[in-house]
Design a protein around this ligand. Structure first.
Ligand code: SF4
Length: 495
């Protein structure tokens, strides 16, 4: 039934995106690819929406491999820790159900997903893998009240974001289950993979020409090879696929980010959820368009534009629309907003845009390897903070900065986000998340400008700030790590 997939494949070049079936966890011995860091997906959360959806598809794949899929009579999803505590607002339940129906984040048309969910709720049944080209199973009864179990008071030892899928096989009630961890940015590891996912357990380095594991190594390898950081990252990408394909995929990512901004600036009304937060990007954009004259004399008008671009992306994310993880969905507005700033205000070029993306991905890979990009693990410093660092380094590279200036910009971008907590009001990725992306985009531009004004020499290294971010996250109480049990989430009185 391969043709079934065609009913939900959207976008111009779906083959550019990773799907759960294609994704092979690489562990820490490998520098993450630009195309793993930046992934097309749906909002509102990469860890709480995309991750569980991908985990459900991987569970279908496992059942298929074990030749059990055709005999499944029941499936239950157990959500643990942060996935349960903020899962309602982050759509973890609907994502899990969509995954069980075979939808994958990169290929999901949000409207088609809505229709499938209504049908499931009406019929209290689903067809396992109905939309998947390979993993197709039987129709089973599925009542989300019974078959999705929320266990916010249980935190599995390996990570705060855990989901267990449990299947009943045949009529004899034999159970088959698997635990998956959503470790941030849409990355998913199973209970075995996560055990080998620590820097100290790194296996031999893969065949990448520049398998850097720290910023210091990245700088040293670049110097020895006489390359700029984006060139170093490009060489790693070209080891994985032909240059023409790398360039096509980079341009497709850039264009997906641009489309997200444009779509966000066209939408009005309120965002989903009990807060009924009003979208602002469209009205702000219209205001900016009307006061073109004033912009000539207002030196801060560029800042207004950056704000509107970041708001547009994160409003789209909060609405469950299509976004690019950068490095996550919660922080998805920063990199596109600064990219458009580069285009509009710095005479952006094709090469500059590609350098921006490659550099931002190299920086994200360092955080992913040596700390975390999960709000549930280290607070918002791991999401919006990392996005700020990525955009700062990316902009410095696009503007022709030296490697030392790029590293300095990325370091500044994180240094002033250290300690940033994750306390989303109502468990929704809206307050403070949407505005926070605008703040971080401005900060990223400032970080790049400060770095480019110097010669690259500075006191705190990028590696030191990454380690500090990790330790600060470890010291942070769980109530500030995507649980909605502290901070704004409890001190804000909902009217
Ligand atoms: S506060 Fe930050 S980390 Fe938490 S949900 Fe919002 S954007 Fe994500």
């Amino acid at each position: 039934m391969c043709c079934a997939a065609a009913t939900y494949l959207i976008g111009p070049q779906p083959e550019f995106w990773f799907t759960a079936a294609q994704f092979k966890p690489m562990g820490f011995s490998m520098v993450s690819s630009t195309f793993e860091i930046f992934k097309l997906g749906v909002g509102p959360s990469s860890s709480h929406t995309m991750g569980p959806m991908t985990a459900a598809v991987r569970f279908l794949g496992l059942l298929h491999t074990e030749k059990l899929l055709g005999r499944v009579t029941q499936v239950t999803a157990y959500l643990y820790g942060s996935l349960a505590l903020t899962g309602k607002g982050h759509a973890t339940d609907t994502a899990s159900m969509l995954g069980l129906m075979g939808y994958e984040p990169a290929l999901l048309d949000p409207d088609a997903g809505e229709v499938a969910l209504s049908k499931l709720r009406e019929e209290k049944a689903l067809v396992l893998g109905a939309m998947h080209p390979i993993y197709q199973g039987p129709r089973i009864a599925f009542d989300e009240v019974r078959h999705i179990v929320w266990q916010g008071d249980v935190r599995l030892p390996q990570h705060a974001n855990a989901v267990k899928f449990s299947a009943v096989i045949g009529q004899h009630e034999a159970l088959f289950d698997k635990v998956y961890y959503s470790i941030g940015g849409g990355f998913v590891l199973d209970d075995q993979e996560i055990l080998h996912n620590a820097p100290e357990q790194s296996g031999p380095q893969d065949t990448l020409p520049y398998p850097f594991t720290s910023a210091a190594e990245m700088l040293a390898m670049a110097e020895q090879a006489g390359l700029r950081i984006p060139e170093l990252m490009l060489a790693n990408e070209v080891a994985r696929r032909p240059l023409s394909e790398v360039e096509q995929k980079l341009d497709a990512l850039i264009s997906a980010m641009q489309s997200c901004i444009d779509r966000g600036m066209r939408q009005s009304g309120s965002l989903p959820g009990k807060l009924q937060v009003k979208r602002r990007a469209k009205a702000l954009h219209e205001k900016l368009m009307q006061r073109a004259e004033q912009q000539v004399v207002d030196p801060m008008s560029g800042m207004d534009w950056v704000n509107v671009w970041a708001l547009a992306v994160n409003e789209e994310n909060a609405a469950g629309s299509r976004v690019v993880t950068a490095p996550t969905n919660g922080g998805a507005g920063v990199v596109p907003a600064v990219l458009r700033y580069y285009d509009r205000f710095c005479n952006g070029t094709v090469q500059g845009r590609r350098d921006y993306m490659l550099t931002a991905a190299a920086i994200a890979a360092l955080y992913k390897r040596n700390a975390s990009i999960s709000g549930a693990a280290v607070g918002c410093q791991g999401e919006v903070g990392v996005a700020c660092s990525m955009a700062a380094g990316g902009l410095a590279a696009a503007l022709g900065g030296t490697n030392a200036q790029i590293e300095n910009a990325a370091e500044i971008g994180m240094e002033h986000n250290l300690g940033l907590t994750c306390d989303p009001v109502g468990g929704l990725v809206q307050i403070p998340c949407i505005e926070r992306n605008a703040m971080a985009a401005i900060k990223a531009i400032d970080a790049a400008r400060l770095a480019l004004a110097g010669d690259g020499s500075h006191y705190v290294s990028l590696d030191q700030v990454i380690l500090t971010m990790k330790r600060t996250g470890e010291d942070m109480k769980d109530i500030y790590k995507e649980t909605s049990l502290g901070g704004l989430a409890v001190n804000f009185v909902e009217c």
